[in-house]
Design a protein around this ligand. Structure first.
Ligand SMILES: *Cc1c(COP(=O)(O)O)cnc(C)c1O
Length: 385
Protein backbone atom coordinates (compact mmCIF):
# COMPACT_ATOMS: atom_id res chain seq x y z
CA UNK A 1 0.00 0.00 0.00
CA UNK A 2 2.88 2.32 0.71
CA UNK A 3 3.56 2.31 -3.03
CA UNK A 4 0.26 4.07 -3.58
CA UNK A 5 1.39 7.33 -1.96
CA UNK A 6 3.07 9.78 -4.26
CA UNK A 7 3.98 12.44 -1.71
CA UNK A 8 7.63 13.35 -1.51
CA UNK A 9 8.24 13.32 2.20
CA UNK A 10 8.09 9.97 3.92
CA UNK A 11 9.52 8.31 6.96
CA UNK A 12 12.10 6.17 5.20
CA UNK A 13 15.04 8.50 5.07
CA UNK A 14 15.19 8.63 1.30
CA UNK A 15 17.47 11.23 -0.29
CA UNK A 16 14.96 11.67 -3.04
CA UNK A 17 11.66 10.22 -4.18
CA UNK A 18 10.99 9.47 -7.82
CA UNK A 19 7.25 9.07 -8.24
CA UNK A 20 6.09 7.30 -11.39
CA UNK A 21 2.41 7.69 -12.18
CA UNK A 22 1.31 4.49 -13.91
CA UNK A 23 -2.16 5.96 -14.40
CA UNK A 24 -0.68 8.80 -16.44
CA UNK A 25 1.35 6.25 -18.41
CA UNK A 26 -1.87 4.39 -19.23
CA UNK A 27 -3.63 7.63 -20.20
CA UNK A 28 -0.76 8.59 -22.46
CA UNK A 29 -0.91 5.22 -24.21
CA UNK A 30 -4.67 5.64 -24.76
CA UNK A 31 -4.26 9.21 -25.98
CA UNK A 32 -1.65 8.07 -28.50
CA UNK A 33 -3.95 5.29 -29.68
CA UNK A 34 -6.68 7.81 -30.31
CA UNK A 35 -4.29 10.12 -32.11
CA UNK A 36 -2.80 7.35 -34.28
CA UNK A 37 -6.03 5.50 -35.06
CA UNK A 38 -6.38 3.42 -37.23
CA UNK A 39 -2.65 2.67 -36.88
CA UNK A 40 -1.67 0.39 -34.01
CA UNK A 41 0.55 1.75 -31.23
CA UNK A 42 3.69 -0.07 -30.08
CA UNK A 43 5.74 1.00 -27.07
CA UNK A 44 9.44 1.74 -27.07
CA UNK A 45 10.75 0.43 -23.75
CA UNK A 46 14.47 0.49 -24.48
CA UNK A 47 16.95 1.66 -21.83
CA UNK A 48 14.72 0.16 -19.14
CA UNK A 49 11.69 2.11 -20.39
CA UNK A 50 13.68 5.36 -20.47
CA UNK A 51 14.85 4.66 -16.93
CA UNK A 52 11.39 4.10 -15.45
CA UNK A 53 11.71 0.28 -15.18
CA UNK A 54 10.58 -1.71 -18.18
CA UNK A 55 9.31 -4.54 -15.97
CA UNK A 56 6.86 -2.15 -14.25
CA UNK A 57 5.97 -0.18 -17.37
CA UNK A 58 5.49 -2.91 -20.00
CA UNK A 59 2.77 -4.91 -18.17
CA UNK A 60 0.73 -1.69 -17.71
CA UNK A 61 0.95 -0.98 -21.42
CA UNK A 62 0.10 -4.59 -22.23
CA UNK A 63 -3.06 -4.27 -20.12
CA UNK A 64 -3.89 -1.11 -22.03
CA UNK A 65 -3.79 -3.11 -25.26
CA UNK A 66 -0.16 -2.81 -26.39
CA UNK A 67 1.19 -5.96 -28.05
CA UNK A 68 4.34 -4.69 -29.73
CA UNK A 69 7.38 -3.64 -27.69
CA UNK A 70 10.67 -2.25 -28.95
CA UNK A 71 13.99 -2.50 -27.11
CA UNK A 72 17.45 -1.54 -28.38
CA UNK A 73 19.48 -4.61 -27.48
CA UNK A 74 18.86 -8.34 -27.30
CA UNK A 75 19.86 -8.30 -23.62
CA UNK A 76 16.83 -6.07 -22.93
CA UNK A 77 14.41 -8.40 -24.68
CA UNK A 78 14.63 -11.50 -22.49
CA UNK A 79 13.72 -9.95 -19.11
CA UNK A 80 10.75 -8.35 -20.84
CA UNK A 81 9.51 -11.71 -22.11
CA UNK A 82 9.30 -12.83 -18.52
CA UNK A 83 6.75 -10.16 -17.63
CA UNK A 84 4.54 -10.29 -20.76
CA UNK A 85 2.14 -12.85 -22.19
CA UNK A 86 3.28 -14.84 -25.19
CA UNK A 87 1.20 -12.84 -27.64
CA UNK A 88 3.41 -9.79 -27.03
CA UNK A 89 6.05 -9.30 -29.70
CA UNK A 90 9.45 -7.92 -28.76
CA UNK A 91 11.53 -6.18 -31.41
CA UNK A 92 15.23 -5.36 -31.15
CA UNK A 93 15.94 -1.99 -32.79
CA UNK A 94 19.70 -2.41 -33.17
CA UNK A 95 19.25 -5.88 -34.60
CA UNK A 96 21.49 -8.73 -33.54
CA UNK A 97 25.21 -8.95 -32.99
CA UNK A 98 26.86 -11.96 -34.67
CA UNK A 99 26.27 -15.00 -32.48
CA UNK A 100 23.01 -13.75 -30.97
CA UNK A 101 20.78 -14.95 -33.78
CA UNK A 102 20.05 -18.52 -32.69
CA UNK A 103 19.09 -17.54 -29.15
CA UNK A 104 16.83 -14.79 -30.48
CA UNK A 105 15.20 -17.20 -32.94
CA UNK A 106 14.63 -19.79 -30.20
CA UNK A 107 13.05 -17.16 -27.95
CA UNK A 108 10.82 -15.75 -30.68
CA UNK A 109 12.43 -12.31 -30.46
CA UNK A 110 12.08 -10.23 -33.64
CA UNK A 111 15.17 -8.38 -34.86
CA UNK A 112 15.15 -5.18 -36.85
CA UNK A 113 17.49 -5.90 -39.77
CA UNK A 114 19.54 -2.79 -40.40
CA UNK A 115 21.92 -4.00 -43.10
CA UNK A 116 22.15 -6.69 -45.74
CA UNK A 117 24.70 -8.35 -43.46
CA UNK A 118 22.23 -8.62 -40.60
CA UNK A 119 19.62 -9.85 -43.11
CA UNK A 120 21.99 -12.53 -44.44
CA UNK A 121 22.77 -13.75 -40.92
CA UNK A 122 19.07 -13.98 -40.07
CA UNK A 123 18.29 -15.75 -43.35
CA UNK A 124 21.02 -18.30 -42.60
CA UNK A 125 19.49 -19.04 -39.21
CA UNK A 126 16.06 -19.44 -40.84
CA UNK A 127 17.51 -21.80 -43.41
CA UNK A 128 19.27 -23.91 -40.74
CA UNK A 129 16.11 -23.99 -38.65
CA UNK A 130 14.07 -24.99 -41.69
CA UNK A 131 11.37 -22.45 -40.90
CA UNK A 132 10.47 -18.85 -41.66
CA UNK A 133 11.68 -16.31 -39.11
CA UNK A 134 10.05 -12.91 -38.59
CA UNK A 135 11.94 -9.63 -38.85
CA UNK A 136 11.52 -5.94 -39.46
CA UNK A 137 13.47 -4.48 -42.36
CA UNK A 138 14.79 -1.00 -41.64
CA UNK A 139 15.82 1.47 -44.32
CA UNK A 140 17.83 4.63 -43.91
CA UNK A 141 15.67 7.47 -45.22
CA UNK A 142 18.02 10.27 -44.23
CA UNK A 143 19.51 9.83 -40.78
CA UNK A 144 22.61 7.81 -41.75
CA UNK A 145 22.37 5.85 -38.53
CA UNK A 146 20.67 2.49 -38.96
CA UNK A 147 19.05 0.81 -41.91
CA UNK A 148 19.71 -0.33 -45.46
CA UNK A 149 21.06 2.32 -47.81
CA UNK A 150 19.45 3.11 -51.17
CA UNK A 151 21.97 0.93 -52.98
CA UNK A 152 21.31 -1.97 -50.60
CA UNK A 153 17.62 -1.48 -51.24
CA UNK A 154 18.27 -1.71 -54.99
CA UNK A 155 20.27 -4.93 -54.44
CA UNK A 156 17.44 -6.38 -52.44
CA UNK A 157 14.83 -5.51 -55.04
CA UNK A 158 17.02 -7.05 -57.76
CA UNK A 159 17.55 -10.20 -55.70
CA UNK A 160 14.70 -10.99 -53.29
CA UNK A 161 16.40 -14.31 -52.44
CA UNK A 162 18.62 -12.27 -50.09
CA UNK A 163 15.75 -12.34 -47.59
CA UNK A 164 14.51 -15.85 -48.38
CA UNK A 165 13.11 -17.49 -45.28
CA UNK A 166 12.45 -14.13 -43.60
CA UNK A 167 8.90 -13.10 -42.89
CA UNK A 168 9.08 -9.30 -43.19
CA UNK A 169 6.51 -8.05 -40.71
CA UNK A 170 7.21 -4.37 -41.27
CA UNK A 171 9.24 -2.08 -43.44
CA UNK A 172 10.58 0.55 -41.08
CA UNK A 173 12.50 3.81 -40.92
CA UNK A 174 13.17 6.46 -38.29
CA UNK A 175 12.63 10.23 -38.40
CA UNK A 176 15.56 12.50 -37.54
CA UNK A 177 13.62 15.72 -36.87
CA UNK A 178 10.11 14.63 -35.95
CA UNK A 179 10.06 16.94 -32.91
CA UNK A 180 10.42 19.92 -35.28
CA UNK A 181 7.18 20.01 -37.29
CA UNK A 182 8.53 22.63 -39.72
CA UNK A 183 11.72 20.79 -40.58
CA UNK A 184 12.00 19.99 -44.28
CA UNK A 185 13.80 16.80 -43.30
CA UNK A 186 10.43 15.32 -42.32
CA UNK A 187 8.92 15.71 -45.76
CA UNK A 188 12.12 14.48 -47.41
CA UNK A 189 12.07 11.34 -45.29
CA UNK A 190 8.35 10.87 -45.92
CA UNK A 191 8.94 10.98 -49.68
CA UNK A 192 11.64 8.31 -49.38
CA UNK A 193 9.37 6.23 -47.18
CA UNK A 194 6.59 6.46 -49.77
CA UNK A 195 8.99 5.16 -52.44
CA UNK A 196 9.90 2.27 -50.16
CA UNK A 197 6.26 1.47 -49.58
CA UNK A 198 5.77 1.33 -53.34
CA UNK A 199 8.78 -0.99 -53.68
CA UNK A 200 7.42 -3.35 -50.99
CA UNK A 201 3.69 -3.17 -51.67
CA UNK A 202 2.85 -6.20 -49.54
CA UNK A 203 4.66 -4.92 -46.43
CA UNK A 204 3.21 -2.87 -43.58
CA UNK A 205 4.88 0.42 -42.70
CA UNK A 206 6.32 1.28 -39.28
CA UNK A 207 7.67 4.83 -39.28
CA UNK A 208 6.61 7.34 -36.63
CA UNK A 209 8.15 7.88 -33.19
CA UNK A 210 6.40 10.20 -30.70
CA UNK A 211 7.06 13.33 -32.76
CA UNK A 212 6.02 11.58 -35.98
CA UNK A 213 2.60 10.74 -34.55
CA UNK A 214 1.91 14.47 -34.18
CA UNK A 215 3.20 15.47 -37.63
CA UNK A 216 0.31 14.10 -39.68
CA UNK A 217 -1.44 10.79 -40.41
CA UNK A 218 0.76 10.47 -43.53
CA UNK A 219 3.56 9.44 -41.17
CA UNK A 220 1.58 6.83 -39.23
CA UNK A 221 1.83 3.73 -41.39
CA UNK A 222 0.36 0.63 -39.76
CA UNK A 223 2.30 0.71 -36.49
CA UNK A 224 3.69 3.75 -34.67
CA UNK A 225 6.53 3.53 -32.11
CA UNK A 226 6.35 6.19 -29.40
CA UNK A 227 8.74 6.29 -26.47
CA UNK A 228 9.09 9.69 -24.83
CA UNK A 229 5.42 10.69 -25.21
CA UNK A 230 4.38 7.63 -23.18
CA UNK A 231 6.63 8.84 -20.38
CA UNK A 232 5.25 12.37 -20.44
CA UNK A 233 7.93 14.13 -22.49
CA UNK A 234 6.87 16.66 -25.11
CA UNK A 235 6.67 14.98 -28.54
CA UNK A 236 7.08 18.29 -30.33
CA UNK A 237 9.30 21.22 -29.43
CA UNK A 238 7.01 23.67 -31.18
CA UNK A 239 3.67 22.96 -29.51
CA UNK A 240 2.36 22.73 -25.94
CA UNK A 241 2.89 19.25 -24.51
CA UNK A 242 -0.37 17.26 -24.81
CA UNK A 243 0.88 14.35 -22.68
CA UNK A 244 0.27 13.75 -18.96
CA UNK A 245 3.34 14.05 -16.74
CA UNK A 246 4.43 10.60 -15.54
CA UNK A 247 7.44 11.47 -13.41
CA UNK A 248 7.78 13.58 -10.31
CA UNK A 249 11.07 14.07 -8.47
CA UNK A 250 11.41 15.44 -4.96
CA UNK A 251 14.80 15.76 -3.29
CA UNK A 252 15.54 15.98 0.43
CA UNK A 253 17.17 18.95 2.13
CA UNK A 254 20.37 17.98 3.95
CA UNK A 255 21.33 21.30 5.53
CA UNK A 256 20.40 24.97 5.50
CA UNK A 257 22.57 27.97 6.31
CA UNK A 258 22.68 31.72 5.96
CA UNK A 259 25.82 33.23 4.45
CA UNK A 260 27.00 36.83 4.31
CA UNK A 261 27.62 38.91 1.21
CA UNK A 262 30.90 37.77 -0.37
CA UNK A 263 30.54 34.08 0.56
CA UNK A 264 31.41 31.71 -2.25
CA UNK A 265 29.35 28.61 -3.00
CA UNK A 266 30.44 25.18 -4.25
CA UNK A 267 33.45 23.85 -6.18
CA UNK A 268 35.63 26.54 -7.73
CA UNK A 269 33.54 29.17 -5.97
CA UNK A 270 31.68 30.02 -9.15
CA UNK A 271 28.89 31.77 -7.23
CA UNK A 272 29.45 34.63 -4.82
CA UNK A 273 26.60 35.87 -2.63
CA UNK A 274 26.04 39.58 -3.20
CA UNK A 275 23.90 39.97 -0.06
CA UNK A 276 22.97 37.93 2.97
CA UNK A 277 21.66 34.71 1.44
CA UNK A 278 19.84 31.67 2.80
CA UNK A 279 20.99 28.42 1.23
CA UNK A 280 19.83 24.83 1.30
CA UNK A 281 22.01 21.89 0.29
CA UNK A 282 19.88 19.19 -1.30
CA UNK A 283 20.70 15.50 -1.62
CA UNK A 284 21.06 14.93 -5.34
CA UNK A 285 23.77 15.76 -7.84
CA UNK A 286 25.12 14.76 -11.20
CA UNK A 287 25.43 11.11 -10.11
CA UNK A 288 21.65 11.22 -9.66
CA UNK A 289 21.03 12.44 -13.18
CA UNK A 290 20.96 16.18 -12.52
CA UNK A 291 23.63 17.31 -14.97
CA UNK A 292 26.49 19.57 -14.01
CA UNK A 293 25.27 21.92 -16.72
CA UNK A 294 22.54 22.98 -14.26
CA UNK A 295 25.27 24.74 -12.22
CA UNK A 296 24.26 28.39 -11.58
CA UNK A 297 21.38 27.83 -14.01
CA UNK A 298 18.53 25.56 -13.02
CA UNK A 299 16.22 25.66 -10.03
CA UNK A 300 14.27 23.66 -7.50
CA UNK A 301 10.79 24.68 -6.31
CA UNK A 302 9.01 24.73 -3.01
CA UNK A 303 5.34 25.65 -2.73
CA UNK A 304 5.54 27.28 -6.15
CA UNK A 305 8.56 29.42 -5.18
CA UNK A 306 11.59 29.20 -7.45
CA UNK A 307 14.84 28.34 -5.67
CA UNK A 308 17.76 28.96 -8.04
CA UNK A 309 20.68 26.52 -8.09
CA UNK A 310 23.76 28.45 -7.00
CA UNK A 311 27.31 27.24 -7.60
CA UNK A 312 28.37 23.99 -9.19
CA UNK A 313 26.26 20.87 -9.07
CA UNK A 314 28.30 18.30 -7.10
CA UNK A 315 28.22 14.52 -7.46
CA UNK A 316 25.77 13.90 -4.60
CA UNK A 317 24.41 17.32 -3.74
CA UNK A 318 23.78 20.83 -4.92
CA UNK A 319 22.97 24.13 -3.28
CA UNK A 320 19.89 26.25 -3.88
CA UNK A 321 19.14 29.83 -2.85
CA UNK A 322 16.12 29.73 -0.53
CA UNK A 323 16.10 33.43 0.38
CA UNK A 324 12.69 33.81 -1.28
CA UNK A 325 11.09 31.57 1.37
CA UNK A 326 10.15 32.73 4.88
CA UNK A 327 13.02 31.87 7.27
CA UNK A 328 12.74 28.38 8.72
CA UNK A 329 10.50 27.04 5.95
CA UNK A 330 13.01 24.34 4.99
CA UNK A 331 15.08 22.21 7.29
CA UNK A 332 16.73 18.77 7.41
CA UNK A 333 14.25 16.30 5.97
CA UNK A 334 12.16 18.77 3.96
CA UNK A 335 11.70 17.97 0.27
CA UNK A 336 11.98 20.32 -2.69
CA UNK A 337 10.53 19.71 -6.14
CA UNK A 338 12.90 19.12 -9.04
CA UNK A 339 10.35 17.71 -11.50
CA UNK A 340 6.68 18.31 -10.79
CA UNK A 341 3.84 20.78 -11.26
CA UNK A 342 6.17 23.82 -11.18
CA UNK A 343 8.96 22.44 -13.32
CA UNK A 344 8.28 19.96 -16.09
CA UNK A 345 10.78 17.39 -17.28
CA UNK A 346 11.21 19.43 -20.45
CA UNK A 347 11.85 22.68 -18.52
CA UNK A 348 14.56 20.99 -16.45
CA UNK A 349 16.10 19.50 -19.59
CA UNK A 350 16.11 22.91 -21.31
CA UNK A 351 17.91 24.50 -18.33
CA UNK A 352 20.47 21.69 -18.49
CA UNK A 353 20.98 22.24 -22.22
CA UNK A 354 19.75 18.76 -23.03
CA UNK A 355 16.58 16.84 -23.84
CA UNK A 356 13.98 15.10 -21.68
CA UNK A 357 15.25 11.72 -22.91
CA UNK A 358 18.69 12.23 -21.41
CA UNK A 359 17.31 13.45 -18.08
CA UNK A 360 14.90 10.50 -17.76
CA UNK A 361 17.42 7.83 -18.67
CA UNK A 362 19.98 9.30 -16.24
CA UNK A 363 17.89 9.56 -13.08
CA UNK A 364 19.58 6.46 -11.71
CA UNK A 365 18.99 4.15 -8.81
CA UNK A 366 19.57 6.25 -5.71
CA UNK A 367 16.08 7.69 -5.34
CA UNK A 368 13.36 5.79 -3.63
CA UNK A 369 10.98 4.83 -6.41
CA UNK A 370 7.32 5.11 -5.81
CA UNK A 371 4.98 3.62 -8.43
CA UNK A 372 1.52 5.13 -8.10
CA UNK A 373 -1.42 3.42 -9.71
CA UNK A 374 -4.78 5.15 -9.27
CA UNK A 375 -6.61 2.14 -10.76
CA UNK A 376 -5.26 -0.16 -8.05
CA UNK A 377 -5.76 2.56 -5.41
CA UNK A 378 -9.42 2.93 -6.54
CA UNK A 379 -10.08 -0.79 -6.49
CA UNK A 380 -8.63 -0.91 -2.96
CA UNK A 381 -10.90 1.87 -1.77
CA UNK A 382 -13.99 0.31 -3.45
CA UNK A 383 -13.22 -3.00 -1.81
CA UNK A 384 -12.91 -1.44 1.61
CA UNK A 385 -16.33 0.27 1.35
C1 LIG B 1 14.06 5.51 -29.50
C2 LIG B 1 13.36 5.22 -30.76
C3 LIG B 1 11.98 5.45 -30.90
C4 LIG B 1 11.17 6.19 -29.87
O1 LIG B 1 11.41 7.57 -30.06
P1 LIG B 1 10.63 8.69 -29.22
O2 LIG B 1 11.14 9.95 -29.81
O3 LIG B 1 11.06 8.50 -27.81
O4 LIG B 1 9.19 8.48 -29.39
C5 LIG B 1 11.36 5.02 -32.06
N1 LIG B 1 12.07 4.42 -33.04
C6 LIG B 1 13.40 4.22 -32.96
C7 LIG B 1 14.11 3.57 -34.09
C8 LIG B 1 14.09 4.62 -31.83
O5 LIG B 1 15.43 4.45 -31.77
Amino acid sequence: MRDQHGEGADGEGASGVLTIDLGALRQNYRALRERADPADVAAVVKANAYGLDALRVAPILYEAGCRNFFVAHLSEARPLQGCLSRDARIFVLNGLQPGGECAAADDGIVPVLNSLEQARNWAAVASNAGRELPAVLQFDTGMSRLGLSESEMAQLIADPSLVRGIDILFVMSHLASADEPDSLQNTEQLERMEKLAAAFPSSSICFANSGGIFLSPAYHGVLVRPGIALYGGAPSSAKPNPMQPVVRLDVAVVQTRTVQSGARVGYSGTYTANRETSLATIAAGYADGLPRSLSDKGAAYYDGVRLPIVGRVSMDSMTVDISALPPGTLSLGSFVEIIGPNQTLDMLAADAGTISYEILTSLGRRYRRCYVDPVIADSHSTRSK
